[in-house]
Design a protein around this ligand. Structure first.
Ligand code: ATP
Ligand code: MG
Length: 392
């Protein structure tokens, strides 16, 4: 049984001098993720390679699943490690590897050696041919196919010898923490957790804000958002989740403004408060799960009107996605089942039958001006009483 994973990373390999920064971030994120599961782990970096060593009470499946949550990882290869030696030793290692992993296989194969340690006395091409022959001789079910082999035996000759033949997919992207941080507007829906996941995938760490409206929204609805934050955190690392009591602001809007404008005005106040926390946290942008035309508050005109109150960039990674495409990602990353739990969110209580679909900022501003004198204090109170939940 192996106890090491060779970690393949994609984009971060091409970052020139920044490579170390990226590798360090990757190592940190790997360690952070593995801290949650049983076993002892260490990460080793070695000339363009990252290895994870496992010992103690580790479980293969759980370790792989956990690594599949770490952005920056493209491939996870269970690898057998051997001390460096001469060619005879190498051949012994190779045969032992095949005997352990593919004892009675009927399959085609190819050997691909990489001689990083140039002092090794045989060139790579010869190693491929000679080891291929040795395998044929010892394993009668094996045949060579250099074009489309069932099994590709990769071996790397470094300070040690590494042999692997399986590359399990990682999530891709870049290690979280290499690209600043953003404030995610996280509701209990399907979209916003996916939006957060997509931004985190690009190396951005995430904080979040959730607006709830007790007693119109229940404690369960809030718990659902905390659960979603936790599911996103499995990829994105720790999340500071601000839970803002939005009830009084919503009631004030409801009492004062035209009902067909409720949602858009509400979204503008969400944006303002999200930006407040974003600035306080040093986040470099706001993230939402909006997608053009999905609902009345997400038409191009509505987005202009919502955006008008933001001074920070607002990132909408789902902007061009159909709902079915978003659902596919939600299922893949594991947030879907939580998202579809039937707890109302604050938007569904205060929605008008016929919301405006082409709001003009000037008109909306005029409606909002009726809130002047009361809303400032309500916003301040909402900010002051926000609950901070640290989700990991
Ligand atoms: P989602 O499925 O993520 O809830 P949605 O399809 O329900 O999105 P809207 O309710 O119009 O769409 O919200 C659009 C975006 O606004 C959400 O994706 C989210 O980023 C933000 N948002 C909406 N409601 C809330 C809330 N209660 N708290 C925080 N953010 C919210
Ligand atoms: Mg929603």
């Amino acid at each position: 049984m192996y106890s090491t994973f060779l970690i393949k990373y994609g984009e971060i390999g091409i970052k020139g001098n920044n490579r170390h920064v990226f590798e360090d971030a990757l190592a940190k994120q790997i360690m952070f993720a593995l801290r949650r599961i049983p076993g002892e782990f260490s990460v080793r970096k070695e000339r363009g390679r990252v290895y994870v060593n496992c010992s103690g009470d580790w479980d293969e499946g759980e370790t792989i699943r956990t690594l599949q949550h770490v952005f920056g990882i493209v491939g996870i290869c269970p690898v057998h490690e051997y001390p460096a030696g001469d060619y005879e030793a190498l051949e012994k290692n190779m045969l032992e590897y095949v005997g352990t992993e593919y004892p009675d296989s009927h399959a085609t194969f190819k050997v691909k050696a990489k001689r990083v340690n140039k002092e090794f006395p045989k060139p790579s091409m010869e190693i491929d041919a000679d080891l291929g022959e040795a395998i044929l001789e010892h394993f009668p079910g094996m045949r060579v196919d250099v074009h489309h082999p069932d099994i590709l035996f990769d071996l790397e000759i470094r300070d040690r010898v590494y042999i692997y033949s399986e590359v399990l997919p990682g999530p891709g992207g870049m290690p979280v923490g290499t690209n600043g941080s953003a404030m995610l507007c996280l509701s209990g829906g399907i979209d916003s957790p996916v939006a957060g996941w997509m931004i985190a995938k690009r190396g951005v760490s995430i904080d979040a804000v959730y607006f709830h409206a007790p007693p119109y929204t229940s404690e369960r609805a809030k718990e659902k958002v905390v659960d979603l934050a936790r599911e996103v955190a499995a990829y994105a690392g720790p999340i500071r989740l601000y839970v803002v009591n939005f009830t009084d602001i919503q009631l004030a809007i409801y009492d004062t403004c035209p009902h067909e404008e409720l949602t858009i005005i509400m979204r503008r106040y969400m944006m303002r408060i999200a930006e407040h926390f974003a600035k306080k946290n040093g986040n470099l942008g706001i993230v939402t799960g909006e997608s053009i035309g999905q609902v009345a508050s997400q038409t191009m005109q509505s987005l202009v009107t919502t955006n008008a109150v933001a001074t920070m960039p607002v990132y909408r990674p789902l902007i061009g996605f159909d709902k079915s495409e978003i659902v596919d990602i939600a299922k893949k990353i594991g947030t879907y089942e939580t998202s579809i739990l039937p707890f109302e969110d604050c938007c569904t209580i205060f929605v008008a039958k016929h919301p405006v679909t082409k709001p003009l900022p000037e008109i909306i501003e005029r409606s909002e001006s009726k809130l002047k004198g009361t809303v400032e204090q309500l916003v301040e109170t909402a900010i002051e009483t926000a609950e901070l939940i640290r989700v990991r």
